[in-house]
Design a protein around this ligand. Structure first.
Ligand code: SF4
Length: 144
């Protein structure tokens, strides 16, 4: 049976940062991903863990800090470009962030996609992402 999104889905990040704030969330990462993020910031891995990570299920997750928008990821930069919320390690962001919004739970049915789109302005806009790419990202979504 072909997926309901076989014709592709539109997505273009608007850099609103909503996926990196709001209610308390969890973004787990592997040690390799942590080292990549540390490199992107130009800091040592230990320092990165102290400043940006917390223990989770025997591994690590990104730390959050409560602010006016909710619980911001500590890697979110709201200062650099007014009106935008930028990831400070965008090119090195972990798989859980990289595969958004093509997570299996968002793709389970059109209603789930619509519900997720209420918090993500990028879903449903921009260029059409082909089914092959959606499948690739869906399969790459970490299963924590
Ligand atoms: S919520 Fe969507 S549009 Fe906003 S920063 Fe995240 S991915 Fe981009």
């Amino acid at each position: 049976m072909s997926e309901w999104y076989a014709g592709g889905l539109r997505f273009e990040c608007t850099r609103c940062g909503m996926c990196c704030t709001g209610p308390p969330g969890l973004v787990a990462f592997t040690p390799e991903e942590g080292r990549e993020m540390a490199r992107a910031l130009g800091v040592g891995y230990r320092n990165f863990l102290v400043d940006h990570a917390c223990r989770w299920a025997g591994g690590w997750a990104l730390e959050e800090v409560e602010g006016e928008h909710g619980f911001d990821c500590t890697l979110l930069d709201r200062e650099k470009v007014p009106g935008e919320a930028l990831c400070r390690v965008r090119e090195a962001r972990p798989g859980q962030c990289r595969t958004w919004p093509f997570w299996p739970e968002n793709l389970s049915n059109p209603g789930a996609w619509k519900k997720a789109a209420r918090r993500c302005a990028g879903m449903g806009r921009g260029p059409l992402v082909a089914i092959e790419e959606i499948r690739r990202q869906r399969a790459a979504t970490p299963n924590w």
